[in-house]
Ligand binder design. Structure first.
Ligand code: NAD
Ligand code: TYD
Length: 335
């Protein structure tokens, strides 16, 4: 089976490409713009594999996509490419619009022009917005977005579903909870806190740190996408949760304990504007449809992730140089 993967040089996309190529059943063409978040070092283990190809390109580029679909003739698309960070979307919404909305639109158009057997649009639980306890969102929960990021994802989800309703494109939309694991860019909570802790730098906690997220190990997310590639029904949305909800402060204190660092590194900073208090997801639908369930318990996944960052300091130093420093200054200075 030939897969056209977009955003395969990012955190989740690269985990998916490594899994799909090493599993032996797939050939992959990875189309990635290599933004600040795209890193070919994440794909070193598959770079020489004859079933893997890389093309640097923008998923909003219709002509480039026409060539990809014509030359590679994919059986399925897995569309990961996006600007993926809420804080950056608040600081600079334009790239979010360009990649998440215009990029998703051009991908759908290319798939419509050329035809495709399966199209997976990778989205997020953030489209449901903040959810009061004890509720959890199933796939029919209303969309109530807070940030430019989540609004762009909700917009592209609806666009993707409209291509099924209107053009019968075999679209499946996935909505996963917060992912963590190796190779995650250290702008998101877990890798940022691990790398700052390892460097004895302050750990910036937004507001009271009692916001709740549901944590999903990245390989569990990738296995869910593979399951839906086979068993997902066209036109359907599937939530993919980690079944492990924790307040941010609990997660960060676990990181300090595991790295042997003091709680004096915690630093309360001004809260994120429009900060969603709690995400909570029901994954019953994907479990019943495919038999998928998360396999990696949070404590195990976190320990492995911390080990990975400890043992891959060159990767961390590389991604934290240059542009990252400017971003860090813009997001955290004077906060
Ligand atoms: P990431 O930021 O690590 O990687 C994004 C990748 O997309 C990068 O390689 C980047 O170069 C590429 N990209 C961005 N714009 C592009 C464009 N216009 N054309 C081609 N490539 C482009 O993101 P991630 O965390 O791996 O997230 C991947 C997908 O999963 C996104 O769609 C995101 O919304 C979704 N998601 C992420 C999480 C999470 O916790 N990280 C949770 C649920 C869903
Ligand atoms: P993040 O990893 O950015 O994911 P999302 O906003 O998509 O859930 O943030 C996860 C939680 O951690 C969120 O409640 C914001 C909080 N957070 C901090 O407290 N400090 C930080 O420096 C970052 C990046 C996030």
């Amino acid at each position: 089976m030939k897969l056209l993967v977009t955003g395969g040089a990012g955190f989740i996309g690269s985990a998916f490409v490594r899994l799909a190529v090493s599993g032996g059943h797939f050939s992959v063409l990875n189309v990635d713009k290599l933004t600040y978040a795209g890193n070919l070092e994440n794909l070193a283990s598959v770079a020489g594999n004859p079933r893997y190809r890389f093309l640097r390109g923008d998923c909003a580029d219709a002509a480039l996509l026409d060539n990809c679909f014509r030359d590679f003739a994919p059986d399925a698309v897995i569309h990961f490419a996006a600007e993926s960070h809420v804080d950056r979307s608040i600081l600079s919404p334009q790239p979010v619009f360009d990649s998440n909305l215009a990029g998703s639109f051009q991908m759908l158009e290319a798939a419509r022009r050329h035809g495709i057997a399966r199209y997976i649009h990778v989205s997020t639980d953030e489209v449901y917005g903040s959810i009061d306890p004890p509720q959890e969102a199933d796939e029919n929960y209303p969309l109530r977005t807070s940030s430019p990021y989540s609004a762009s994802k909700a917009g592209s989800d609806l666009l993707a579903l409209s291509y099924h309703t209107t053009y019968k494109l075999p679209v499946v939309v996935t909505r996963a909870s917060n992912n963590y694991g190796p190779y995650q860019f250290p702008e998101k909570l877990i890798p940022l806190m691990i790398s700052n802790a390892l460097e004895d730098k302050p750990l910036p906690i937004y507001g009271d740190g009692m916001q709740v997220r549901d944590w999903l190990y990245v390989d569990d997310h990738c296995r869910a996408i593979l399951a839906l590639l086979e068993k997902g029904a066209a036109g359907e949305v599937y939530n993919i949760g980690g079944s492990r909800s924790l307040p941010n402060l609990t997660v960060v204190k676990q990181i300090l304990a595991a790295t042997g660092k003091p709680e004096s590194l915690l630093k309360t900073v001004t809260d994120r504007p429009g900060h969603d208090r709690r995400y909570a997801l029901s994954s019953r639908k994907i479990m019943e449809a495919t038999g998928w369930a998360p396999q990696v318990p949070f404590e195990q996944g976190l320990a492995e992730t911390i080990d990975w960052y400890r043992n891959n300091q060159t990767w961390v130093a590389h991604v934290k140089s240059g542009e990252y420093r400017e971003y860090y200054e813009r997001n955290y200075a004077g906060r």
